[in-house]
Write a protein that binds this ligand. Structure first.
Ligand SMILES: NC(=O)c1ccc[n+]([C@@H]2O[C@H](COP(=O)([O-])OP(=O)(O)OC[C@H]3O[C@@H](n4cnc5c(N)ncnc54)[C@H](OP(=O)(O)O)[C@@H]3O)[C@@H](O)[C@H]2O)c1
Length: 292
């Protein structure tokens, strides 16, 4: 077990609930550090350390799965009724475990539209979209659960296999411009690394229940796309104005353009001292290009 994990107990056992994109990345990293990590998905897969959990069909993990579990990371979004799938199905089970820590991946959507202003953890959430209202309710449910939960609010997640390069490769790119519109984002490696940093230093750092994990440079989507084309050495398609593009966008795609905010990472990076691996999209995308 190498140094980074030194202050996590050697007996720490992780359950990763919802082992999708971020969950898989976390699992790979924490296993490399020598910890046991069991993962859930809604259907059977090849990983012998994976089990099925599906709140919709009420397929629940066997009780042995929870033996000795000390740490849980939930990466599962609210269900269609707005309930948290984990709390709905597993809260009473979790209450019987000797949990030291529960991480919950939430979204910066709970802040709503700040019209481009910076927003931080001390600002009162003001969700605009219905899905973000559901998310805020789930956050509240987690806090009320009495479990030792730490909530991570995430902006757009990108990384190897999930970046603008895939959209370009699959011919799904649309270059849309909307004046003064910015988005915040985070590379998946920084989500994982920030959480492990906080766990490693848990005893020496002040505990904050809600923490944003975002990079240093919110910017327009067009800048990101332009940079990808620059790295590929090809010409970016002509941009389309949002007002013209919006009639063809799906409701979900349109909803992203309805919110404009810059998410502050000062708590994580200044107060708590985490150093980003990819402090901006340029560094992050260069990493993604290696894996396209
Ligand atoms: N993607 C983004 O840009 C973004 C931005 C901010 C926040 N977030 C939030 O951050 C979290 C992690 O994001 P991600 O993109 O890494 O997630 P993801 O790849 O979509 O993975 C979600 C996981 O949740 C599981 N799941 C979904 N509904 C479930 C249910 N009813 N019962 C049991 N398991 C269920 C999925 O199971 P299967 O493996 O079987 O599919 C999957 O493993 C999510 O809550 C997401 O909403 C995402």
């Amino acid at each position: 077990m190498n140094n980074i994990a030194s202050s996590l107990n050697k007996k720490s056992k992780f359950l990763i609930l919802g082992c999708g994109y971020s969950g898989s990345f976390f699992t790979k990293t924490i296993r490399k550090l020598g910890f046991t990590a069991l993962t859930s998905s809604r259907s059977k897969n090849k990983d012998p350390n994976s089990f099925i959990f599906n709140s919709e069909t009420n397929i629940l993990p066997n009780k042995e799965i929870f033996d000795g579990v000390t740490h849980i990371l939930s990466c599962i979004p609210p269900d269609k009724n707005g309930n948290d799938p984990v709390l709905k199905c597993l809260k009473s089970k979790l209450k019987t475990c000797s949990l030291e820590w529960v991480g919950y991946l939430s979204t910066t959507g709970v802040y709503g539209n700040t019209q481009g202003d910076w927003v931080s953890e001390i600002d009162i959430p003001n969700p605009f979209q219905k899905r973000s209202q559901k998310r805020l309710n789930c956050e509240k449910e987690w806090i009320a659960s009495g479990l030792p939960v730490q909530i991570f609010r995430l902006p757009g997640i990108y990384g190897p296999g999930r970046s603008t390069f895939e959209a370009i490769k699959n011919n799904k790119i649309r270059v849309i411009v909307k004046k003064n519109q910015v988005f915040s984002r985070i590379h998946v490696a920084d989500i994982v690394s920030a959480i492990i940093y906080l766990l490693k230093n848990k005893d020496s750092l002040k505990f904050y229940q809600i923490i944003n994990i975002g990079d240093d440079e919110p910017c327009s989507q067009m800048e990101v796309i332009q940079y990808c084309y620059d790295l590929l050495g090809t010409k970016m398609p002509e941009p389309i104005f949002f007002e013209d593009a919006k009639k063809e966008l799906s409701p979900i795609a349109k909803s992203f353009w309805m919110e404009n905010r810059r998410v502050s990472n000062k708590l994580l990076c200044k107060t708590l001292g985490y150093k980003l691996i990819y402090k901006n999209y340029k560094l992050g995308l260069k990493n993604c290009l290696l894996n396209v």
